[in-house]
Write a protein that binds this ligand. Structure first.
Ligand code: PS7
Ligand code: MN
Ligand code: MN
Ligand code: MN
Ligand code: MN
Ligand code: MN
Length: 345
């Protein structure tokens, strides 16, 4: 049945998988391994949100026009032939928007239940991105709200799709808070790891409520003369992200289908490994640190069930405790040790 499914793949769906491979190194593999009932839906869901994010990230589009595009993006999903060709030269995902009509064709072939979830999430995310064009991320509450719009909503939509496919229980479909945490953890790790590149692009995502305890200006975080304070700030950001781990484990415990489990779990264990690398690591402030290739391959192989995922989590939490034991005095030390220790239970 998997074979017939592959033979039925239209040339426009094949083009969509090509876009997926071009735009995401990490998600392409896990999406392709999904149960045939989910593979195409999630590929299209990914490409729609990637298109929206490409507009959000494009700093060459003037603000009134960008707002209009973000707010209305969900309606373009129903406009046969719609494309966008004015994306800036620095946007690596521009080809997707230039050929977006292909994604629309495939979107309109999806079951209406899936179309509705994708369009609703796109609408809410576009609205949230528009709010944060002008609104600064000042408090930790703002930070969680921004991450909800750009990643928590992705998780909420995925859970609804899993339930609609019949592969997962209604409990998953309704798990809003846990799904939100799945997205928040991934997004926060991305925001921590990308601090240098985001600041150079004039994107300020670390909340003032956190960085102002360490530096006078957000740009000072990547200035080498502030390395001690900035590393403490980095550790505070790591601490903030680690609080989502218990909910991540709880969400994973609800998942039944093995392909859905791997799809959900692999990005989360990669994120844990990334935080373990970033913690107390001043290199993060200067460049984009990555986990080693061999480590990533091992994680993909290992993250096959809940027991293994808990083992992986504990392994990395122990790595973090060891790193902290050798660290300079840090005001976050006690909180970090307490949060890490309680996550292990
Ligand atoms: C539909 C799989 C599994 C319940 C494009 C997966 C960009 C971290 O900013 O590309 O370019 O550096 O490195 C993904 C929850 C969302 C959250 C968010 C759609 C997990 C548009 C991923 C992905 C929920 C906004 C990719 C959130 O990082 O970012 C599908 C459960 C897109 C998930 C963005 C970020 C994703 C992200 P950047 P990256
Ligand atoms: Mn973005
Ligand atoms: Mn982005
Ligand atoms: Mn980026
Ligand atoms: Mn990023
Ligand atoms: Mn990225």
């Amino acid at each position: 049945d998997e074979k017939t499914n592959k033979m039925d793949t239209s040339s426009s769906m094949k083009a969509c998988y090509n876009f997926l491979e071009q735009t995401s190194r990490s998600f392409a593999a896990v999406i392709q391994e999904l149960h045939p009932k989910l593979r195409d839906v999630i590929c299209i869901y990914y490409l729609v949100l990637r298109g929206l994010d490409t507009i959000e990230d494009d700093m060459t589009i003037n603000i009134p026009f960008k707002k209009e595009l973000l707010i209305n993006f969900h309606t373009y999903l129903y406009e046969i032939g719609w494309t966008f060709e004015e994306s800036g030269p620095n946007e690596k995902d521009a080809p997707l928007l230039v050929s977006f009509n292909i994604v629309i064709d495939e979107f309109l072939k999806l079951d209406v239940v899936y179309q509705n979830v994708i369009a609703d999430i796109t609408k809410e995310m576009g609205k949230g991105m528009t709010i944060y064009i002008e609104k600064r991320i000042t408090t930790i509450e703002d930070y969680d709200e921004y991450c909800h719009y750009v990643a928590g909503l992705v998780g909420i939509g995925l859970s609804k799709i899993f339930y609609a496919s019949g592969l997962e229980d209604e409990k998953v479909g309704n798990a809003r808070e846990l799904s939100n945490s799945m997205g928040l953890f991934l997004q926060k790790v991305n925001i921590i790891r990308d601090i240098n590149e985001d600041l150079l692009d004039n994107r300020r995502i670390w909340p003032t409520q956190i960085w102002s305890n360490y530096v006078n200006y957000i740009g000072d975080l990547i200035d080498e003369k502030n390395v001690l304070k900035s590393t403490q700030c980095l550790n505070n950001m790591c601490l903030n992200s680690l609080k989502h781990i218990p909910q991540v484990i709880e969400y994973l415990s609800l998942i039944r289908d093995p392909s859905v489990f791997k799809f959900c779990a692999i990005p989360q264990v990669m994120a844990i490994a990334t935080i373990a690398t970033c913690l107390n690591n001043p290199t993060v402030l200067q460049e984009n640190v990555k986990i080693r290739k061999g480590e990533a391959i091992r994680l993909i192989y290992e993250a096959s069930d809940l027991n293994n995922c808990q083992k992986i989590m504990i392994r990395y939490l122990d790595v973090m405790l060891k790193k902290l034991a050798n660290a300079q005095p840090d005001p976050n030390y006690d909180n970090l040790v307490a949060t890490i220790t309680s996550s292990k239970k």
